[in-house]
Every structure is written in C-alpha cells, then in structure tokens.
Design a protein around this ligand. Structure first.
Ligand code: KG4
Ligand code: ZN
Length: 345
C-alpha cells in the first residue's frame, strides 16, 4: 500500500489530493480543488495571474488535503506532481513545491504528464474504466484519441489539427456573449435550441475516409468556429440558442464518430472519456447511444473528475511510482511534452 500526495497547478486550478492503494485498487482519501475565478473578468486564463494565485494557494490547499484525509505529512510515502504540459509559470509553482516537500521529508517525487492524469481520472469513479480501452481526451488545450492497451502503453490515433474541443466551446461562448469557461453555458443554451435551424458541416467527417487516411481519426474545429461566427453576424440574439445547438451537434457527432472508428478498429469493449469537455452530459449520452451498437460501454467522469484535479495526478503518479520511477531533483516544467508510453500506431 502506498499513500501518495498529488499536486496539480498546470492551469487555473490549484489542487491537492491524498490517495492510497495498490495497482487499480485505490481509495481516494481527499481532494481539494481551488478554481481561480479571477480569470472570468478577462474572458480567459491570464498566465501571470494564474502563477501568482497558485503561489498564495498552494500551502493552504495542500494542508487542507492532508487534514481532510486525516493524515500527517509523515504518513505520506511519495509526492506526485504535474510537470507538463501547461502554463510554465503555473506548473513551476507545483513542481518547485513538490520537489521541496519531497526533499525536505526524504520521500520520492514523481513527475506526471497532465494528459496521462486525465486518462486515469475516470477510473477513480468507475472501477471498470481500466485498460484495455479507447480513450477520448477532450480538454481546453487538447483533443486526443488514443487506444490504451495497458496503463503506460498508449497508441496515439488522432488529435485536433487546430483548436481543442474545449477551446472551441470557449470561443463560441465568447461569440454569443456567454461567460468563461464557456463549455457548460453553451451546453445549457444548446439544449434549448432547435436542431433543424442551423446545420454546420461536420469537420473532417466524410463517409469515404479510410483507416489509412491522415484525417481518419483527426479532428479540426476552427472551420466550425468560423461558421458559427458568420451565423452570429448574420443573425440576431434570438438565434443564439439555435446556433449553439447547431455547433454542439456538429462537434458531438464528430467526436462520437471518430471514437466509434477507433473502437471498431481495435475491438475495444470500453470507452473512457476524460478532460473538461468529458463533463458534457450530452456528449457522454450520444457516445453511449452510438457505441452500444459496437458493443462497447462508455465511462464518463463527473464534472469534478473531468476538470483539472490532483486526484488523477496522484492516481497516475501511483502507477509510475509502482513502476519504480523517481523524479530527479532537477525535474522541470514544460509547456508541451509528448505523453509518456507512446507505442507506434
Ligand atoms: O481539462 P480542463 O479542466 O482543463 C484543461 O486541461 O484544459 O478543461 C477545461 C475545458 C474548458 O474549455 C471548458 O469550457 C470545457 O473544458 N468544459 C466543457 C464543459 N465543462 C467544461 N465543455 C463542454 N461542455 C461542458 N459541460
Ligand atoms: Zn486538463
């Protein structure tokens, strides 16, 4: 049994979590997530402000996570921290703190890739959301379609060519005057819209695509965003719910079909969704409905585990800790870094 303290500061959430377990048998002892509301004023994350807020929040957030778990620092066996990808200044706060804490206590530190964390998040709520599975990670900065043979063995199938799914939600929200982060607002507005009013082209989705084609699994959302921009300019605010619906349907159908292709190609019986956009109930329901035909079960995280949190970092960190990995003292933060454990497609 290992008890691990997870720390996440890659974007605008300061989060800490205590988790205890072995292999896939884990117990979440605490999870504290402090979301930085200040960015709403600016309509997006301001990196410098994010770093400063992490600095003031990190100590109380970690203390609170330990208190909630009812453990002392001396009872923690290792520290796991997100070291990439993300905002470098924000990541550095978590990385420096984790290294200092680990060094001070004489315990190991493990560096975790943020997107690998999202892969593990759903397993914290659904015990069956473990490999082998098809994974769709949809966040504010990334859109990745992967085949996960086992933890630590990831076959990258597709990604976005331009905007990430969450980014598309946020930009569309801005166009129709909804607050940041826009995903949940667009989802709610779209639910009130008429699907037949605006039909936008499904990006990179053509019937005659073949598995060998470069765009078979890839997605692209910038054209869709532009189509929304033109519709907004030509229409009136009365049209916004219908425009939101048209956008939502196009994006969801694209993600569902690309995921279905991966499920069918690799014959997986499980699909795991992760990242902030995975908290979208309409996406999860559409995915479940479509993949039932392929005989697969879809596992989606609740909003708490879909968005950035340190429990998923502790969980992925536990895996790497058990593999014997230990971060050197010069562990650094990186704005971008390939996910570890990539196997060729
Ligand atoms: O994973 P995440 O918390 O942070 C990143 O690592 O990027 O994802 C944040 C993104 C934002 O773009 C937000 O608008 C989107 O997830 N999001 C949603 C929903 N909830 C959050 N998008 C669509 N529908 C939602 N319900
Ligand atoms: Zn994330």
């Amino acid at each position: 049994m290992t008890r691990i303290l997870g720390i996440e500061t890659s974007c605008d959430e300061t989060s800490a979590s205590v988790l205890r377990g072995e292999g896939d048998d884990v117990t979440l002892e605490s999870l504290v997530i402090l979301s930085q509301d200040v960015h709403r004023i600016f309509g997006g994350v301001v990196p410098e402000i994010a770093s400063r807020q992490h600095l003031t929040a990190i100590v109380p957030v970690v203390k609170r996570a330990l208190e909630d778990a009812g453990v002392r620092l001396g009872e923690v066996d290792a520290v796991a921290v997100t070291h990439a990808p993300g905002l470098v200044g924000a990541l550095l706060v978590g990385v420096s703190f984790a290294k200092a804490l680990a060094y001070g206590r004489g315990i190991p530190c493990v560096g975790v890739h943020h997107m690998e964390g999202h892969l593990f998040a759903t397993a914290l709520e659904h015990r069956d959301a473990v490999p082998p599975f098809t994974a769709l990670l949809v966040s504010g900065g990334h859109t990745l379609l992967m085949d996960v043979e086992a933890w630590g063995r990831y076959r990258m199938l597709g990604r976005t060519r331009d905007d990430a799914a969450g980014e598309a939600f946020d930009k569309v929200a801005k166009l129709i005057g909804l607050p940041y982060p826009g995903g949940p607002h667009v989802e709610r507005l779209a639910a009130t819209g008429d699907a037949s009013r605006f039909r936008f082209a499904r990006p990179m989705l053509r019937r005659n695509q073949q598995p060998g084609d470069a765009d078979y699994y890839d997605v692209s959302f910038s054209g869709l965003k532009t189509a929304v921009l033109y519709a907004v300019r030509a229409g009136s605010p009365d049209d916004y719910p219908h425009i939101a619906r048209g956008f939502h349907d196009a994006l969801v159908e694209t993600l569902v079909e690309k995921t279905a292709r991966a499920v069918e190609r690799y014959g997986r019986e499980r699909v795991v969704l992760g990242g902030g956009v995975a908290g979208n109930r309409t996406l999860a329901a559409a995915m479940q409905w479509r993949l039932k035909r392929a005989g697969a079960t879809v596992y989606a995280p609740s909003a708490r585990f879909a968005t950035d949190n340190a429990a998923m970092i502790a969980r992925a960190g536990l895996y790497h800790f058990e593999q014997g990995e230990r971060a050197p003292l010069d562990l650094n933060a990186f704005a971008s870094l390939p996910i570890p454990g990539l196997v060729s497609a």
